[in-house]
Ligand binder design. Structure first.
Ligand code: 5GP
Ligand code: ZN
Length: 119
C-alpha cells in the first residue's frame, strides 16, 4: 500500500530505528538526521516516516506531509544557525539527477557559499 514501510529501504530502516543515524529532529510525520557523507558544514536529510519514492510522489499522495517536510527543513536551518546566511533544500529526483536512495528526502545544505547553477 502507498506509504507503507519497505523492507529493503535504508531510510525506512532509519525511521524504524533498525539502522542507526545521528537524528537531529523528529516530528509526528518526519525524521531529520545528518548525512553520512556531508557536502557542507550543515548537511541534514529530512525524510517522511511514510515511504514514497520521491518528492513528487509524496506531494501527490500526502501533500500535508510534504508541507511538514519543508517546515522541518526550515526548522533544521534555524537549529543549525544557517537560516540567516542562507541554505539550500534539494530533492534529487531520478538517477540522472543523483538520486541514490528511493525514499523521499530533502537535503538541507548550509554553512558555506553555494554556486548557481548547481553541478
Ligand atoms: P541522494 O543521492 O539519493 O539524493 O541522497 C542520498 C543521501 O543519503 C546521500 O547524500 C548519502 O550520503 C546519504 N546516505 C546514504 N547512506 C546513508 C546512511 O546509511 N546514513 C546516512 N545518515 N546517510 C546516508
Ligand atoms: Zn522507505
Amino acid at each position: 500500500m502507498a506509504g507503507e514501510p519497505q523492507a529493503d529501504c535504508l531510510f525506512c530502516k532509519i525511521v524504524a530505528g533498525d539502522v542507526p543515524a545521528d537524528i537531529v529532529r523528529e516530528s509526528a510525520t518526519t525524521v531529520a538526521f545528518r548525512d553520512i557523507n556531508p557536502q557542507a558544514p550543515t548537511h541534514v536529510l529530512v525524510v517522511p516516516r511514510a515511504h514514497y519514492r520521491d518528492a513528487a510522489s509524496l506531494a501527490a499522495a500526502e501533500p500535508h506531509i510534504m508541507a511538514d517536510l519543508l517546515c522541518e527543513a526550515a526548522a533544521v536551518a534555524v537549529d543549525e544557525k544557517v537560516d540567516e546566511t542562507g541554505y539550500r533544500v534539494v530533492f534529487n529526483t531520478g538517477s540522472g539527477a543523483g538520486q541514490t536512495v528511493w525514499h523521499t528526502h530533502a537535503h538541507v545544505l548550509g554553512g558555506r557559499g553555494m554556486e548557481w547553477p548547481p553541478g
